[in-house]
Each structure stands twice: as structure tokens, then as C-alpha cells.
Design a protein around this ligand. Structure first.
Ligand code: NDP
Length: 690
């Protein structure tokens, strides 16, 4: 029988022996086998570090981002192949969309994230820190890609998303990955990796795949590696306490069993629009992916006077769920991923039944379309009811990884908060309310125990991405039982794969290292005005010091007339006693405008295409009539811009065909005594020479 292949050390390799048999979740037939027997796990990590890491860490964030985008576009073209394989896992088309296109979406999102980083292989973290009075000693935090590999040990429920949501981030950070999907659905991960490798888009060693047991892989990790884990708490704890992980202080990000919850705000009644929103959201959470979502709602809290109504309404909603072969268009809920999972779900329901009762669904029977309920891993959606969430401990302990949730009453918001916290840390919690005071009290009160909180009401429901969807730009993870980890989260996630190092030195040295001009660094004077230089000709630190311009009272009056800004401080006849000023003061915007008059050189067409805006602007000292202002104008940062790809002629905008970048300039506004009166960072769009 065919065996899955492992992609390691640059080759597709089949493990020895028969390995583990993997089954179609719907028909129960054998799909393939997985084995890693005979693989040399130490050499897999070594290859990742020596080959993959060496390539990736040299790329800039922008190059890595463009690589992610190319890969995302390539995989989108192949997606139908993945859908065909995904049906074997019991997933419906909608479930597979979350896994496949959600996963590819993570590549796109992280590709776009490159714009938040410099065009360098490393970046700064936070603000510069001055460390001396004279301004010649300072510090900055730098993030450099770790020299190891990201080892991802994933759960069976999202074989594609689970890989791509993590790899997108470590690749953007500049480090390679070794992916070990859960064996039972690893055939889908293998199908995607086959395409990734065939695309040739990633450099050698950027991705390795292990289908089957992880063997002694973790015994070989070092301090430069990062391990992430998604799965059960027991396995997570076992792996987290691995000797090499502890001994080498290897970062270990864990995402484990999570007793997520949803609260129906006590402002909501069966006649308010939020009622329907609540019912729909809960039904979705129970049935999507047959409840095999790490974020799925396991506990439902409703005001006690609405317990009966909510139970009936949810039962009616769940009754509309058509279950069966996901290849049949009528089916809304497929099967669990395996018969073992079905047994586990049934056992866990038994545990929950010790202190609750079934109010919808059946433990023993399920009606299915186009399938054999005995052969496939089918279960009925089950709604349990427990009348005292404070006495019922098991409901806050047992994660039943299937279409199962328990409804419980609460008396007031404090009780709802306390109940949500009894899960001892979850990935996600939602509250349905149109009352923003209640939303605030809930978020502040319960925020310590949840990784993400969704406040859902009529205003956002239509566009809401829903309780169960982790998003690439938001943190995904939760405290306590949820594993205490954090994944994704935009720029935050990238930092997990980089080493933060505090760097101290002179502003000139820190400018050279960070490629971002630091105040007080030596400027580079040249006889060519920087506005006459093309993007690639500009150096960080290129600087001019302008002529002086004297400000008169008439200038201030004229600016007041022109702008219509007649604030008391800009008038000559104001009594300034008790104010912040001594006399008529120049408008800050006037000082900024006259600064532009001093530093702009561009009466003839040149490389500077346009003024792109101002990032920051501070007025630090009042400017009175008679002051003489001059500008120190320095090239601070350069950000490349990709050409916009326009497919249709009618979408073409003027300038789309120009090669260009964004340049940030530090504008230091100084007066005759050399003191700063203002400081700004302005942006221009600058043409490339070629
Ligand atoms: P496991 O914890 O058993 O497995 C998770 C991953 O760890 C799999 O890739 C598994 O590989 C791997 N693994 C297991 N043992 C070892 C080991 N000794 N060394 C290295 N890797 C190992 O979780 P399951 O995927 O089987 O799911 C079990 C339960 O976990 C679910 O029923 C659910 O309760 C919970 N779960 C929670 C999730 C969450 O995010 N909250 C997500 C998914 C599951 P292999 O498959 O080869 O054993």
C-alpha cells in the first residue's frame, strides 16, 4: 500500500515499515499509511539550520514577503486539488475553505505585513532610547532572525491552516520550518507540501515535512530553535518538559485544550436583533468543522430568565443541521476526523453528563445523508444543559472536541465574568450585547482569562469574522489551560522567531546598524540637494542645513488670514497674562509650512514625485515674531514600494507604471539659538533611477 512521503534534507523519503494506517473519516476505508521509521531526526534539524536558515536570514523582510505572496498565489491556483483531498478528513466544503483558503490567506496577510518592516533582514523593536545628557550615547533594541528552525507540531483538525498560519510567520521572520502534522490527517498536509516544493518558490531547506511519529526530533532542538505545539494539554505538557527544551531554554509555544465560552448579555431579549445573532453564532460554533475547532464555543452563558427560551431556540437551530457525506451539497456538517475521535467525544460527553443533561441531540444515533453512520466518524450535534455552572466543575474541565456545548444560566454580569473565568484560560470568548457599558465591564473584568474577546451586536454582526476565526493580524493563544502561548498577531508574531538584542552606542553607529537616522548622529553633507537624488542614490543620513528665515508679525497675521486660524495666541491684541505665551506666537503649521519653503528644492521636474504626508509633528518651543528659523533636513529611512499590478486597463491609476519608493525625512526646526522649535518626520515618494 502507498505510504506518505516525508520531505527532509531536500528529498522526498518514505519511512521504513508499514507505519500507521490512515482512514477516510467518512467511509472508514484506508487512505494511506504514515511512517517516519528510519529517519535521522538530528540531521533534519541540522539541514534546516545550515541550509534553510542560511538562505532565509539573508533575505530582507520585503523579499520574504514577496516570496510569501508568490507562494500564496501559486497555491490558490492548485486549491481544487486540496479540496478533493480534504473531503477524506470529513470536512465539508465550507470547513475546507477555512482550512485551505484560510491557510493561504495567512500567507497573503503576512506578505502584506512586510510593509511594516524595513527592507533589511532584521529590524528595530520599539523606540530609540537616549542614555546621555550630551546626546552621544544611546540604545535601540534590534531583532535578528534566530539561527535555528521552527518546529511545528500540529493538531489534526486544520492540516493546512495549522501549517501555513505558523510557517507564514517564521518565513517572514527569516527562519525555516519543520512541520509535523498530526498523523491522522497528514495526507492533506503532504498534498499541500508537494505543491509548495514543486513551486520552487521557497529556498532549499525552508520547509521540511514529517508524516508520522516525531521520533526523537525534540531531543535535538537547541536554543536557536523555536517549538510550537497545538493539541492536547497532556501531550503539550509532556513535550514542554522535554529535557532538551528545558535544558536549552527553547521557546515553546503551546496551544492546548480551551474551554471557550459565549455570553448572552442581559440587555438582550428574544425580540432584540442580537437574539438571532446569538443563536446563529452558537449554532455555527457547534457545527462548523463538526466542533473540531480549538476556538469552538464549549460553554454558553445566558441570563437565568432566558435559559428556557435560549435552550429551545438553539435546539430548533441545531435541528436544521444536515449531517453526512461532505461531498453531498445538502450536507452542512461532516464527520469527525476519525473513529478514535468519535469514541473520545462520546467518552467526554459521558463525563459531562455527570452534571448536565442532553437537551438536544443523541449520543447513540445520528441521521446521515449519503453515508453509513456506523462506518464514518459521525456524531449528532449535542446541546447539554447544566443549571448551576458554579457547582458543575467538569463542564469547565473537559474539552469535548466535537459538536458539543453546554448551556448554563447566570444571574448578573459579575457571575457571567466569573463563569467565563472558570475555564482557567481560553483562546476566545464572546459577549453578545448592544450595551457598550456592559461590553466594557465584561472585557475589563474577563480580559485576564481570554486570548481574544469578540463583542457582537447588530452594528458589527454582518461584517464580523465570527467567534471562532483566529485572524493573522490578531494574537491567537490564551492564558492558563489554553497553553499560555501566543501565535500570529501581525508584527508581534514575527518577533517570536527573532532574538531581541539591546544595542548601545553612538547615534552615528546606531544609525549605521539600524539604517534609520537617529537624532544627533553625524549627517552626510553633500553639494547635491537630496531632492535631486533618485531612491537608490539616497543614503540614510544625507543632510542639508538650510538658510534662515526671519518671522515677522505680518507673516503671522497673513497666515491667520489665509488659514482662517485666529486662535487667541496668534493675535497681537491678546492679553497674554496667565497664558502659556509672552506675546503673539507663530502658528505651528506656519512654522512647518515655512520649513518646507526652506528645505524643498524642486521647481524643476526631479526624482521627488510627491509629498506623501507627515508621520509625526511636534512643536517644542513657541516661535515669536523676530525669530530666525532654519532647518536640519536629513534622510531618515527608505521603504521600497512595489509596482501595483493592474490587470485591467480601467483600473490603471496615474503613476502605477513608475518604479518608486517612500523616503522618510527628519525635519528639525531650529531657531537662531540652535534650539529645536519643532520636529517632524515627513514622507516623499521618490522615483527609482532604473
Ligand atoms: P495530541 O496532543 O495527541 O497530538 C497533537 C500533536 O502532537 C500531533 O501532531 C501528534 O502527533 C503530536 N504528538 C503526540 N505525541 C507526541 C510525542 N510524544 N512527541 C512529539 N509529538 C507528539 O492531540 P490530537 O491531535 O490527537 O488531539 C487530541 C485532543 O487534543 C483533541 O481531542 C482535543 O481535545 C485537543 N485539541 C485541542 C486543540 C486546541 O487547539 N485547543 C486542537 C486540537 C486538538 P501524532 O498525531 O502523530 O500522534
Amino acid at each position: 500500500m502507498k505510504k506518505l512521503e516525508n520531505y527532509i534534507t531536500g528529498k522526498w523519503i518514505t519511512g521504513d515499515g508499514n507505519g500507521q494506517e490512515l482512514y477516510d473519516a467518512v467511509t472508514g476505508e484506508t487512505v494511506t499509511r504514515a511512517t517516519t521509521k528510519g529517519l535521522d531526526f538530528a540531521s533534519i534539524l541540522k539541514y534546516g539550520r545550515e541550509v534553510g536558515n542560511t538562505f532565509l536570514r539573508k533575505f530582507t523582510f520585503h523579499e520574504r514577503g514577496r516570496m510569501l505572496k508568490a507562494l500564496a498565489m501559486y497555491l490558490m491556483e492548485k486549491k481544487e486539488k486540496f479540496y478533493a483531498v480534504s473531503y477524506h478528513t470529513g470536512a465539508t466544503k465550507a470547513d475546507s475553505w477555512i482550512d485551505i483558503e484560510g491557510g493561504i490567506g495567512n500567507l497573503f496577510a503576512n506578505a502584506s505585513l512586510r510593509r511594516k518592516f524595513p527592507d533589511l533582514p532584521y529590524c528595530t523593536d520599539g523606540d530609540p532610547i537616549g542614555l546621555s545628557k550630551g546626546g552621544n550615547f544611546m540604545a535601540h533594541h534590534l531583532l535578528v532572525p534566530k539561527e535555528g528552525v521552527a518546529v511545528h507540531i500540529n493538531a489534526y483538525n486544520f492540516p493546512v491552516w495549522g501549517m501555513l498560519e505558523k510557517c507564514a510567520v517564521n518565513w517572514l521572520a527569516g527562519i525555516p520550518a519543520v512541520v509535523k502534522p498530526a498523523s491522522i490527517t497528514s495526507y492533506l498536509t503532504e498534498a499541500v507540501v508537494k505543491e509548495i516544493i514543486a513551486s520552487g518558490i521557497l529556498p532549499d531547506g525552508a520547509l521540511q515535512l514529517i508524516c508520522g511519529s516525531a521520533g526523537d526530533l525534540l531531543n535535538h532542538v537547541t536554543s536557536q530553535d523555536v517549538v510550537t505545539f497545538t493539541g492536547s494539554k497532556s501531550t503539550g505538557l509532556l513535550l514542554k518538559s522535554n529535557k532538551a527544551i528545558l535544558g536549552e531554554s527553547v521557546p515553546f509555544n503551546m496551544e492546548a485544550d480551551s474551554l471557550n465560552s459565549i455570553v448572552l448579555g442581559n440587555d438582550v431579549t428574544p425580540s432584540s436583533p442580537e437574539w438571532e445573532i446569538f443563536i446563529k453564532e452558537v449554532r455555527k460554533e457547534i457545527t462548523v468543522k463538526a466542533g473540531q475547532k480549538c476556538t469552538a464555543v464549549r460553554r454558553i452563558f445566558v441570563p437565568e430568565h432566558l435559559l428556557e427560551d435560549a435552550t429551545i431556540a438553539l435546539g430548533k437551530a441545531l435541528a436544521q443541521t444536515t449531517i453526512g457525506n461532505p461531498l453531498n451539497d445538502k450536507v452542512r456538517m461532516g464527520s469527525l476526523a476519525s473513529l478514535t475521535q468519535r469514541d473520545e467525544v462520546r467518552q467526554n460527553i459521558q463525563k459531562l453528563l455527570a452534571s448536565s443533561e442532553i437537551v438536544y441531540g443523541s449520543l447513540d444515533s445520528v441521521e446521515v445523508i449519503d453515508a453509513d453512520a456506523k462506518k464514518g466518524a459521525f456524531v449528532s450535534p449535542i446541546l447539554l444543559r447544566s443549571d448551576d455552572g458554579f457547582k458543575n466543575e467538569v463542564v469547565h474541565e473537559v474539552e469535548c472536541f466535537g459538536p458539543v456545548s453546554t448551556i448554563m444560566p447566570y444571574k448578573d454580569l459579575n457571575e457571567a465574568i466569573a463563569l467565563s473565568k472558570k475555564g482557567k484560560g481560553s483562546l476566545c470568548c464572546s459577549i453578545i450585547t448592544a450595551d457598550n457599558k456592559m461590553a466594557t465591564d465584561f472585557v475589563v473584568g474577563a480580559g485576564t482569562h481570554h486570548g481574544r474577546i469578540l463583542v457582537l451586536n447588530q452594528e458589527c454582526a454582518k461584517e464580523s469574522t465570527g467567534h471562532g476565526s483566529p485572524l493573522p493580524m490578531l494574537v491567537h493563544g490564551g492564558p492558563g489551560r489554553a497553553g499560555g502561548g501566543e501565535e500570529m498577531g501581525g508584527v508581534r508574531g514575527v518577533k517570536h522567531y527573532m532574538q531581541r538584542v539591546a544595542v548601545q552606542g553612538s547615534p552615528t553607529t546606531i544609525t549605521a546598524i539600524t539604517q534609520s537616522y537617529q537624532p544627533n548622529a553625524k549627517g552626510i553633507q553633500s553639494h547635491v540637494h537630496p531632492f535631486k537624488k533618485y531612491f537608490e542614490e539616497l543614503n540614510i543620513g544625507d543632510q542639508i542645513i538650510t538658510q534662515k528665515r526671519k518671522i515677522t508679525s505680518e507673516d503671522i497675521d497673513a497666515f491667520a488670514e489665509l488659514s482662517g486660524d485666529h486662535f487667541y495666541a496668534h493675535k497681537t491684541d491678546t492679553n497674554f497674562e496667565g497664558t502659556m505665551f509672552e506675546q503673539q506666537v507663530a502658528h505651528g503649521y506656519f512654522v512647518m509650512s515655512l520649513s518646507a519653503g526652506l528645505f524643498v528644492d524642486g521647481s524643476e521636474l526631479g526624482p521627488v514625485l510627491l509629498n506623501y504626508g507627515i508621520d509625526e509633528l511636534r512643536f517644542t518651543k513657541p516661535v515669536y515674531a523676530g525669530a530666525e528659523i532654519y532647518i536640519r533636513f536629513t534622510c531618515k529611512e527608505k521603504l521600497p514600494q512595489d509596482k501595483r499590478i493592474v490587470e485591467k486597463q480601467e483600473d490603471f491609476k496615474r503613476g502605477d507604471d513608475l518604479d518608486k519608493g517612500i523616503v522618510k525625512w527628519l525635519v528639525e526646526m531650529l531657531d537662531e539659538s540652535g534650539e529645536h522649535v519643532g520636529i517632524a518626520t515627513i514622507l516623499t515618494m521618490v522615483k527609482r533611477k532604473k
